[in-house]
Ligand binder design. Structure first.
Ligand code: ZN
Length: 439
């Protein structure tokens, strides 16, 4: 893969996509989800895969479509106190249809608030429940309700069989072995979790499409979280052997430092490349490197028994660690263009390393006479500068024995991958080494 140069307008492209997608009411299966994929399709030529509600996918069943016509709570004077039209977080996803008059105490059984964040609306779901409905409101707004009144509740929803949709974009490379880039799109009106991940993922693919000589093929999957990943895996079992590994992207735009969550195996090229890049990019170690943990996003599904794909996750502040998570405070003001861009840059650098990493084997015995092969050698090695090209040449002369990849060598000797890769081209060009493995 040729080295990328990150276009500055990626910043604006990601932001514009997030702004457009933000207000749409999305859930696992609904019109808003498909509408959002259609918007992404304006940016990148997505193929939209569709699967029927009721279909069994391994241990799961694809749910019905859930669309909202209107949902509100009115007081006895007809004033609307809570309105889905004002904020689509107000109705828990997959609430059942309901219409009736309730006292305050009856109503409170169907209201979720966050007492610890009294001005935030919580985001909640009732996935796979068939007998409940809930409104989500700011705790401070409980003041609007009093004991002596009865309230009109209207939840006019449509729940019927529909199609679970997966947005897929495939970029072929020299080999069919592929790297997966994925994020989820099922949350309504939340910015960091999860639109930031989608915007960065789309921009990664746009950038990869513009780079020549990709060794690997790359596949983008934009899914409804959990059920979408399982649906894809269950319906592509015969294709999964092609997947080298990949990354789930989530929470990519907040102010925190970059976090890399390792794969279940913890020692794959997917992990090594990510950690190498972050160590070299943030010299002051201002990034997090976490071992795999079993609750999270779709990395659970990809790494689970029976699948065991090496899929790690890039994020900034992990989902469980910011107060705005799953609340109305996770909005456009919680993320920034600059942090989205920084996350994008980190992931593209990582993919560059993966795409170019290879094992080289020696065609020579003993120490070769480097200058005879056009590889420059300084004669003054009394005080070797370990960062000099001359020193890296000597390291490579010792290391290129067909056992360790360029990334392994860079990690062992504390070089950046780029430094080792560039010098290794001289060895390859001279015929002193040959490529023995394309991972
Ligand atoms: Zn979430």
């Amino acid at each position: 893969m040729n080295k990328y140069s990150l276009p500055y307008n990626s910043m604006d492209a990601m932001w514009e996509l997030i702004e457009r997608l933000f207000p749409i009411n999305r859930t696992l299966v609904n019109d808003g989800y498909l509408e959002s994929l259609e918007i992404i399709r304006e940016k990148i030529d997505l193929n939209i895969l569709k699967y029927d509600s009721g279909m069994e996918v391994w241990d799961w069943i694809i749910p019905n479509a859930w669309n909202v016509r209107e949902a509100y709570i009115k007081d006895s004077s007809g004033n609307i106190l809570v309105d889905f039209d004002n904020n689509n977080l107000h109705l828990a996803a997959y609430s059942i249809r309901f219409s009736g008059k309730l006292t305050k105490s009856e109503l409170l059984k169907h209201i979720w608030t966050l007492p610890g964040q009294p001005d935030a609306i919580p985001y909640r779901t009732l996935y796979y429940k068939t007998d409940d409905w809930k409104f989500c409101i700011a705790h401070n707004d409980l003041r609007l309700f009093n004991d002596s009144e009865a309230y009109d509740v209207c939840i006019d929803i449509d729940s019927k069989p529909g199609k679970l949709c997966i947005g897929e974009y495939y970029l072929p490379g020299k080999t069919e072995k592929e790297i997966l880039i994925t994020s989820y799109l099922c949350h309504p009106s939340l910015a960091n979790d999860n639109l930031s991940g989608v915007a960065v993922a789309v921009e990664i693919m746009k950038n990869l499409a513009a780079i020549d000589n990709r060794r690997y093929s790359y596949r983008l999957l934009v899914v409804p979280e959990s059920i979408g990943a399982i649906t894809y895996l269950a319906t592509h079992e015969d294709q999964l052997h092609k997947i080298v590994g990949g990354y789930v992207l989530t929470c990519c735009g907040d102010d925190g430092i970059v976090t890399y969550k390792k794969t279940y195996s913890g020692n794959s090229i997917i992990d090594k490349a990510a950690v190498h890049v972050l160590k070299n990019k943030y010299q002051d170690s201002s990034f997090n490197e976490y071992d795999f943990w079993p609750n999270g996003s779709d990395e659970q599904k990809y790494n689970a028994p029976g699948v065991r794909l090496d899929v790690g996750s890039f994020m900034r502040t992990p989902y469980s660690e910011f107060a705005e998570y799953h609340t109305s405070k996770d909005n456009l003001s919680f993320i920034s263009k600059e942090k989205l861009f920084d996350t994008l840059d980190s992931i593209l650098r990582t993919l560059y390393v993966i795409d170019n990493d290879e094992i080289l084997n020696n065609n020579y015995k003993g120490e070769p006479f480097l200058s005879k092969h056009g590889i420059y050698q300084s004669t003054d090695l009394k005080k070797p500068d370990k960062q000099s090209i001359c020193y890296i040449q000597r390291v490579l002369m010792m290391e290129l024995d067909g056992l360790n990849s360029l990334l392994d060598i860079a990690d062992k000797w504390n070089y950046s991958f780029d430094d080792v890769y560039d010098v290794s081209r001289e060895f390859l060009k001279s015929g002193l080494v040959r490529i023995v493995e394309s991972k």
